[in-house]
Design a protein around this ligand. Sequence first.
Ligand code: GLV
Ligand code: MG
Length: 309
Amino acid sequence: MRSRRSVLAVPGSSPRFLEKAQTLPVDEVFLDLEDSVAPLAKEEARGNIVTALREGDWTGKTRVVRVNDLTTQWTYRDVIEVVEGAGAYLDCVMLPKVQDPTEVVWLDTLLTQIEKTMGYEPGRIGIEAQIENARGLVNVDAIAGSSRRLETLVFGPADFMASVGMRTLVVGEQPPGYEGDAYHYILMRLLMAARTHDLQVIDGPYLQIKDVEGFRRVARRSAALGFDGKWVLHPSQVEAANEVFSPAQEDYDHAELILEAYEYYTTVEKRGAVMLGDEMIDEASRKMALVVAAKGRAAGLSRTKTFTP
Ligand code: GLV
Ligand code: MG
């Protein structure tokens, strides 16, 4: 499982940002050909991205390129130019505004053909699917199961809010006049579809880049539900994303302790439900602990407590 706590958006039209991105401690970068790149700059951006992938130092980061969506004229050339030019230096292709599983199947097939032509390892390049309109959300189960290359679903709040007519211009914040959480259904829907198909699920951008507290607040909402990470648009958001989407040290220690204690009691003592301090643990506790421990290990945490029977 790749760590995707912080996913940095980098406009492919900006050599300066492509350079700067390499220095930031993010888990993933996506080099963008879509909405952060003006129509007249798209062709040049493809070349910038190929060069940045081939010549840059992306050590420790998952490398992704976001192509244009399938209603445009650009998608096929985006994929062909970037993957033929730098496929060996690329981990995933992100497809935006996915509305239907056939779109992902199209990308999967094109990637397979390019892999064969170029002699790349078959099936290595993954897909990230952005869900950013009503139709995409209604079809999200089928989309999530549409390709073995799929690694993650990604919520696109800005496009989504526009598509459904939600009455706020502040992306990720609640529309005034509504008492509940306007995002709860959407986030849960994505989470259920993703987990049904063993995918990760990533929250999208928070555009008020000066308001780091606002970013944290919105990030905590999706992190609490179980999301794996969130986009970051500016260096100021990176640390907050890495922190919010890593388990707390205390929770990580606790999870490792549960795993160790459970292993000891079920094998050495052959008991299935046992006490660990004041808490009863069983097979379901082990499963919850596995999730937290995996996230903690992926985040580079180390243990500060050990188990003694
Ligand atoms: C991201 O692509 C968004 O639309 O929020
Ligand atoms: Mg979008």
